[in-house]
Design a protein around this ligand. Structure first.
Ligand code: ATP
Length: 531
């Protein structure tokens, strides 16, 4: 979320965990290539050479995306009796954005390079500079670790090694200067920091910078035939405000009692200054947000509850316990009394995947003030009316998609020395759950396969494939993450049984067709995640 100078103002600039940059770049490139080749994600308007920071989800991508949405919706709405859904419109009354603070303060500090004419986010340039210092520390740590082996104490090394201490002090100094400048909204000081650090245009090496300016990230358009300021309307930069303005509609019509939540999945739009790194930062993206309304005073306990609930949701997917970390915000936005991010180890290092914010009564109060309508809850137990406090959980669907894709894609060397490309997507999320494969294209096997497919397709997304040798078909399914393959052979016609092959173990077992549905459900159903 934002406040004045967004993001970085409230969190110290903290580079991602040290990593081998080249390796990580390679992995991201592989993910992008694989996503296009197999129909997960295409550049938008590809035949016109794409549009920056816009992407289209292909035939498999849309299935994976829908499954991620279902996993979230089930966990949030169906598993909580006191959370209901909402689908608010993207266009909202423009005063909404005045009240929320976006009109005045949804800004990023930008800087242009006069020679290359390239535009950058000032905070990101500084962040990348810190990343380089951090990488040097990591190199020293790795060297020492190799030298001392098991006896190596990393924390102690970082605290006592001269080079590490000096570099860490350098990082702390930069963070401090940056924070002070941002808090004072002193953009000249931000520019001076860039100059003092000798930061150059990463693409051309030029240090010929303009001043730092504020840039509002909301997309503006016009409503109907009204032109001029009166008709200005915004594409929503977050879905949360649609929930706040509907707080009373939902509470009254649903006779909801506090604490309760409203969940929403929908598109959001931000005119990001730089949108790189594939679907990690886009100008049109999708959010899955939930606002949980609680009595004043209870926000601390619910903040902790949602931190725990959300990390469990992530960890249940099995993308790796070590792939997540919490990043607590040290200095809060004006509306928050506690905030943290769940960061994921993307190919670019640890980056924000989800935000959890204790937003106090800021938003509802602001909407009361700007609309002149009361947004209060009558609490029968306390016998009083008040503006509830809010805990927000906000996750980017596209970032979640990238988290799944990038951790699932790998090369595996098999026992016989051959290699396979496999996407170990959590089975409940896999775009295709079962592939139905007749061993041959004759002898009644395709007909039998269609029969099996008809049974399965009512409950699962199933793909039929009869082309090429069976081994190649297995590989194709591995590459798109299909957890199960069902092969129909000549014996099937006699014994009414099929071969069931597992993506991960590559084990093949014989299963009666009558048991197939339950076997498949056991392997790919939601209970694999929720149990
Ligand atoms: P960042 O610091 O990365 O810009 P943010 O703190 O501005 O993110 P929030 O306003 O907290 O992000 O938005 C909630 C979630 O929406 C983020 O955790 C992220 O997953 C997602 N999100 C935000 N901006 C984008 C974007 N441009 N593209 C894709 N997802 C985004």
């Amino acid at each position: 979320y934002f406040c004045g100078l967004r993001g970085a103002m409230f969190t110290p600039i903290k580079p991602s965990t040290p990593f081998d940059m080249a390796q990580q770049d390679d992995h991201l490139k592989r993910v992008i290539g694989h996503a296009k080749e197999y129909g997960f994600v295409f550049p938008s308007s590809d035949i016109y050479d794409g549009l920056s920071a816009a992407y289209d989800y292909g035939q498999l991508g849309v299935e994976l995306k829908n499954n991620i949405k279902s996993y979230w919706w089930t966990a949030m709405v169906r598993m909580h009796e006191n959370i209901v859904g909402l689908d608010a419109s993207i266009f909202m009354h423009p005063t909404t954005w005045k009240a929320s603070g976006h009109v005045d303060a949804f800004n990023d500090p930008l800087i242009d390079n006069k020679d290359s004419k390239k535009r950058y986010r000032a905070d990101v340039l500084i962040e990348d500079h810190i990343g380089k210092i951090e990488a040097k520390i990591a190199k020293d740590v790795a060297k020492a670790s190799k030298k001392f082996g098991d006896a190596f104490d990393e924390a102690q090394f970082r605290e006592t090694n001269g080079n590490c201490v000096r570099r860490q002090a350098e990082i702390d100094g930069i963070n401090e200067r940056f924070k002070t400048a941002m808090n004072a909204e002193d953009l000249d000081a931000v520019k001076q920091l860039i100059v003092d650090l000798g930061i150059k245009d990463p693409e051309t090496g030029s240090a010929n910078w303009t001043d730092v300016r504020q840039f509002n990230l909301m997309f503006k358009t016009e409503l109907g035939a009204v032109s001029g300021d009166a008709g200005v309307i915004y594409l929503r930069p977050e879905t949360a405000q649609g929930i706040f303005v509907n707080f009373l509609n939902v509470q009254k019509s649903g006779r909801m009692k506090l604490p309760f939540g409203i969940a929403q999945i929908g598109k959001a739009f931000r005119n990001e200054i730089i949108a790189r790194q594939f679907i990690f930062r886009m100008r049109e993206f999708e959010q899955m947000e939930m606002q949980f309304f609680v009595p004043p005073g209870d926000q601390g306990k619910w903040y902790e509850y949602w931190k725990e609930a959300r990390i469990q949701w992530h960890k249940s997917l099995g993308l790796g316990e070590g792939s997540y970390r919490f990043h607590d915000h040290i200095k809060m936005a004006h509306y928050a009394d506690a905030a943290c991010d769940i960061e994921f180890n993307f190919p670019m290092g640890f980056k924000e995947l989800e935000g959890i914010h204790s937003r106090t009564d800021f938003d509802l109060n602001a909407h009361e003030e700007h609309s002149g309508k009361k947004l209060r809850y009558y609490d029968p137990e306390r016998e009083e009316s008040y503006v509830p406090y809010v805990i927000e959980t906000s996750i980017g669907l596209d970032r979640m998609f990238l988290a799944v894709l990038s951790s699932a894609l790998r090369n595996e060397t098999l026992a016989d020395g051959s290699e396979r490309v496999v996407m170990s997507i959590p089975s409940a999320l896999a775009p295709v759950k079962v592939a139905v494969l007749p061993l041959l294209k004759k002898d009644g096997l395709p007909e039998k396969a269609r029969e099996v497919m008809d049974r399965l397709k009512l409950d699962h997304s199933v793909q039929y494939d009869e082309k090429d040798a069976i081994g190649r078909r297995y590989r194709r399914q591995d590459a798109i993450g299909t957890p199960l393959c069902v092969t129909i052979d000549h014996d099937t016609l006699d014994d009414q049984a099929v071969t069931l092959r597992d993506r991960d173990t590559m084990e093949q077992i014989r299963v009666p067709i009558s048991e197939l549905s339950s076997r498949v459900a056991e392997r790919v159903g939601w209970s694999t995640l929720f149990s």
